[in-house]
Design a protein around this ligand. Structure first.
Ligand SMILES: [Zn+2]
Length: 555
């Protein structure tokens, strides 16, 4: 222990008690905005919600506890604690009194704001607030004497403390997992009002963005070229991107309930065993359109690399992305897009979201006016939970009783599944209607692919929703439906043996990795990025792709 540390000690406190005490101080006092939010957003109506509420203080204080344990050592403890106390005192005031949420944009603002704007925020009540919760505690920290053990003992003790708290938090999480998942889902922005998580996370993200902003955007193949079979037809492909639809509840795959009465009547190829790339939209959607496979997929790289749509566009296809979900996750950034919620078609929209039928509105006219090879992507809202009951109109409420609340953990599993199945019934109608629209235009070489981004847990083993780490996620979250329909013209002029496709689709296993290369093959594009081994049509072509014969391909 240095002599310097012993100068003028007033009170002595052991380091681990100080860290614990300060974490609790942060957890309760410096998180006033969070606790007010909780008081107005949680109703304790069951024992599990009670346990959830009981566990929240641990959950809120833990990240700060971890942070302080990591950064506190002789000479650093005081500056670290004072810095975070002052910062959190100010953010606590802003969040509580001005309703500020602290996210990456906010942090960027702070770094780019001039001082005059900042001083506008200084008021007497603000000063008083910061004096009481920030300055006075900081002065006390500066005055106390902190006692440390030897390095070895100190580190060992901290590890034990963190481990013990981790056990408590983990235990609570295991018991109240459903409540946490549901609460997180319905209150996505709440992390932005949790001190110190909000600004620590956002500052790290801000600098990450700054670093990556200078990255170069990578073109996949500027020479991608349409090399069609000799035929006079315009090609039209409709790609329907499903949301949270799981194969298990599709009757075309043998689900006992008739959830696909319309698709069962269509002449479709249904792929029985398709695995998603991720268990959440944010991973799956960019991955599906990327040339990267699931195992080498990188969420940052993908933002700086062209995707399937870019290749199609380069090759001369016209692309239209109709969006009705929570955004295209960067996939549609360089193609024409139409946002259904913004269009706000009064027949299907309520200003906040739209039924998926909005995606079909005007589509027949659009298809009728097609003058060049075109790909239309319909990004459905599908079965986006937990408010499944909001995703379909009344005529599709066939399976009852339903779960007409976002708090699905309060419904029986039967109700949740009924509601979900009604959704699939509605998806069946959407996909089948789109097929009918293409059928009405036999002059095109047209096709349709429906594929979901990931699945969903509906209470199996007490799991709900999706987004589990891929390796441990249950099959329900990864086994997705994929359906193909081809017009007579497309079958003939793309030399695809449809019976062969049906057989392959029933027997073989596929993944999202197949999508990129299969569509490039189907749309007759010559590019070095194409890999034949991923092409789902490869074994069922009665004639080699012209691209392959005109230019020898590497794949
Ligand atoms: Zn999704």
């Amino acid at each position: 222990m240095s002599k310097f540390q012993n100068i003028g000690p007033k009170w002595a406190v052991k380091s681990h008690w100080l860290i614990l005490g300060m974490s609790l101080y942060f957890g309760f006092v410096l998180n006033a905005a969070f606790w007010r939010y909780i008081a107005t957003h949680i109703e304790i109506n069951s024992f599990s919600v009670f346990v959830f509420a009981l566990s929240l203080p641990f959950f809120i204080a833990f990240p700060t506890y971890l942070l302080f344990n990591l950064l506190s050592a002789p000479y650093t403890t005081k500056p670290v604690l004072i810095f975070f106390t002052m910062l959190s005192s100010i953010t606590n005031y802003l969040m509580f009194n001005l309703g500020v949420y602290i996210d990456t944009d906010m942090v960027r603002n702070v770094f780019e704001t001039n001082t005059r704007e900042a001083f506008d925020l200084v008021t007497f009540s603000g000063f008083l607030w910061v004096l009481l919760t920030g300055i006075i505690p900081s002065v006390l920290i500066a005055l106390i004497k902190i006692e440390y053990k030897s390095w070895g003992k100190e580190i060992l003790q901290r590890l034990l403390c963190v481990f013990a708290v981790l056990l408590v938090v983990g235990g609570f999480l295991a018991v109240s997992y459903k409540e946490y998942a549901s609460f997180g889902r319905n209150n996505r922005d709440v992390r932005k009002i949790i001190n110190t998580v909000n600004y620590t996370y956002s500052t790290v993200r801000h600098f990450q963005r700054q670093v990556s902003a200078n990255r170069e955007f990578k073109q996949l193949d500027e020479n991608a070229l349409l090399v069609p079979f000799e035929d006079p037809h315009i090609t039209v492909l409709v790609l329907i991107l499903g949301e949270t639809a799981r194969a298990k509840n599709f009757s075309v795959y043998g689900y006992e309930r008739r959830t696909n009465p319309l698709l069962e009547k269509q002449d479709i190829v249904s792929f029985h065993d398709v695995a998603s790339c991720g268990t959440a939209t944010l991973v799956s959607v960019p991955c599906m359109f990327s040339h990267m496979t699931r195992t080498d997929f990188d969420a940052t790289d993908v933002k700086y690399t062209e995707n399937l749509l870019d290749i199609l566009q380069t090759a001369g296809y016209k692309i239209l992305w109709r969006e009705n979900d929570d955004g295209c996750k960067g996939v549609c950034d360089r193609v024409t897009t139409e946002n259904m919620v913004k269009t706000n078609n009064p027949k299907f929209c309520n200003g906040k979201y739209c039924l998926d039928e909005a995606l079909l509105d005007g589509l027949p006219e659009m298809i009728a006016n097609i003058k060049q090879d075109t790909v239309i992507v319909l990004h459905t809202m599908g079965s986006h939970g937990p408010t499944y009951y909001n995703r379909y109109p009344d005529p599709f409420k066939k399976f009852t009783p339903t779960c007409d609340t976002a708090d699905i953990q309060n419904c029986s599993q039967e109700q949740v599944i009924n509601t979900y199945d009604n959704m699939i019934l509605y998806t069946d109608y959407i996909v089948s209607s789109a097929i009918d629209m293409l059928k009405a235009r036999p002059e095109y070489e047209s096709g349709l692919i429906y594929i979901s981004d990931h699945g969903e847990s509906l209470g199996e083993n007490n799991m709900y929703l999706h987004g589990f780490p891929y390796q441990i996620a249950p099959k329900e979250q990864k086994h997705v439906p994929m359906v193909l329909w081809m017009s007579e013209a497309m079958k003939r002029w793309d030399y695809v043996d449809y019976a062969c496709m049906k057989k392959e689709a029933a027997d073989k296993t596929y993944t999202h990795d197949n999508l990129f290369h299969s569509i490039i093959g189907l749309l007759e594009i010559k590019t070095h990025i194409y890999h034949r081994e991923y092409d789902i049509f490869k074994n069922c072509r009665t004639k080699e792709l012209p691209a392959a014969s005109v230019f020898p391909t590497s794949g």
